[in-house]
Design a binder for this molecule. Structure first.
Ligand code: SF4
Length: 466
């Protein structure tokens, strides 16, 4: 099913009513089942068998992820797994632990497989000094063979960046970068403990372009303390003027019971209301669309000739732990503390605490602590939820063919449960499938949740969906 281009503006008032009605906690569905389902009681023998099966074929593509957790200071909204330190020696020690993990994992992986996607996330990848980036590059290239068109990306903190960092990641093979900005307003930046003058962001983009990075993306967050629709409009204008190739505009995930630093925000006084959050989201959609970007899935925007926009338009967009991607079918192997790996039939996650991660490696063990083996039902629901989250809607004939079952009959209860969403104009069911409206695009997580068989067992713990 080809995805529609959403050119029809969403009316504000009905959307506001629906946000009040449907703004429930829910997963972002970068995976299905989601991470809370992972268990430390996973059958390790079955998991190793699953990894062996995944590595039978020389040609199946690989996606690899490196989690580089260090940050010098904590941004108080942060939801990432980080280690806050100014101790520079941590960088070199951590690269040595990654080398050890790669050496332990290498015998399990088929070295002939081409890497089509590499991502460095954090934390702050540029906490590593350039010489440690070079050392890590040498190790990665010793263990993996890259496809010539591999998409190699790095998350950049403009506050901790030098030209030498940019050049080191470029030497490693990185061709895409995403910059953490969140908001350009000085009061908001002070309120979230992230002081980042716009000139620093502009300088980072200049260095990345000069070094030959093909794509530069900017991450913004709406819903932060002291933000208003007016201040966020200025943020959008200032970032659009820097002409990034892509943008991600995320909803702030307020989960102080998981991230205690967020307790510093006064919920009533500082955090914007639901009405203001919706206004900011709709402002972002309107401004970015007017500036020539195409909205992709839930919260991403790209130039129409960007491969992400093309994949969205032709229905081949995918979603993984890094968000939306064009790289279909690549299984993911994650390295570093807290990183998640994903094969067709399994997920497994490394220790989230640095000491535990290091202790496992020191003992010569693979450093994963929990995981999940998918059932056939999980695989079916994963395909359905991916189609929804990528904005494709559902094509019953295609799903029947892909899943090897009569889709409309098997999922009749879930399809029936969508009646209220259809009445509210979020989607339209018809004989051949289900299409998602422009309004429904704001509520993809709500639509996907109707197909999540695990949700009733763990209703709490997620951030609000808008
Ligand atoms: S730099 Fe990024 S990862 Fe580090 S604390 Fe700030 S938001 Fe979190």
């Amino acid at each position: 099913m080809v995805s529609p281009r959403y050119t029809v503006p969403v009316p504000v008032e009905p959307a506001l009513e629906l946000v009040r009605k449907y703004n429930l906690p829910g997963p972002r569905y970068t995976s299905y089942p989601t991470a809370p389902q992972f268990s430390d009681a996973i059958d390790r023998v079955a998991l190793l068998h699953e990894i062996a099966l995944d590595n039978k074929d020389d040609h199946s593509p690989l996606s690899i992820y490196f989690h580089l957790p260090f940050c010098e200071t904590l941004c108080w909204y942060c939801g990432c797994t980080t280690v806050i330190t100014k101790r520079r020696a941590s960088a070199g020690e951590y690269v040595s632990w990654l080398e050890k993990e790669l050496a332990l994992t290498a015998p399990l992986l088929n070295s002939a497989r081409p890497v089509t996607q590499l991502h460095f996330g954090g934390g702050t990848p540029t906490f590593l000094p350039p010489e440690e980036i070079d050392r890590l590059a040498a190790t990665i290239h010793r263990h993996f063979k890259f496809s010539p068109d591999s998409e190699n990306s790095v998350e950049i903190d403009p506050r901790r960046l030098t030209k030498e960092h940019v050049e080191a990641f470029r030497r490693l093979g990185c061709n895409r970068a995403s910059l953490g900005v969140q908001d350009t307003n000085p009061q908001v930046q002070l309120a979230v403990h992230r002081w980042q003058p716009l000139a620093q962001t502009a300088q980072a983009i200049t260095w990345l372009r000069e070094a030959g990075f093909q794509s530069v993306s900017v991450d913004l967050i709406y819903g932060l303390p002291l933000q208003t629709p007016t201040t966020f409009t200025t943020t959008l204008d200032e970032i659009i003027a820097l002409n990034p190739d892509r943008l991600a505009v995320f909803s702030y995930a307020h989960v102080p019971w998981i991230k205690p630093a967020q307790k510093i925000f006064d919920d009533r006084e500082q955090l914007p209301s639901t009405e203001d959050k919706l206004a900011m989201l709709m402002m972002a959609v309107a401004k970015l669309t007017a500036a020539g970007y195409v909205q992709i899935g839930m919260d991403h925007f790209a130039r129409p000739d960007d491969e992400l926009a093309i994949a969205f338009a032709d229905g081949t967009l995918h979603r993984n732990f890094q968000g939306y991607t064009t790289r279909a079918g690549a299984t993911l192997y994650g390295f570093g503390m807290s990183s998640i790996s994903q094969t067709d039939g399994s997920f497994y996650q490394n220790h989230k605490e640095l000491d535990d991660y290091v202790a496992a490696l020191e003992a010569g063990r693979l450093p994963f602590e929990r995981g999940y083996l998918l059932t056939d039902d999980d695989r079916h629901r994963r395909a359905i939820i991916s189609d929804i989250m990528c904005g494709r809607g559902l094509d019953y004939a295609s799903l029947t063919r892909r899943l090897g079952l009569d889709f409309a009959t098997t999922f009749a209860i879930e399809l029936t449960s969508l009646a209220d969403l259809e009445t509210d104009g979020l989607l339209k069911r018809h004989e051949q499938g289900l299409t998602i409206s422009a309004l429904g695009r704001l509520f993809l997580r709500i639509i996907a949740m109707r197909f999540d068989a695990h949700l009733t067992k763990r209703p709490g713990g997620f951030s609000k969906t808008v």
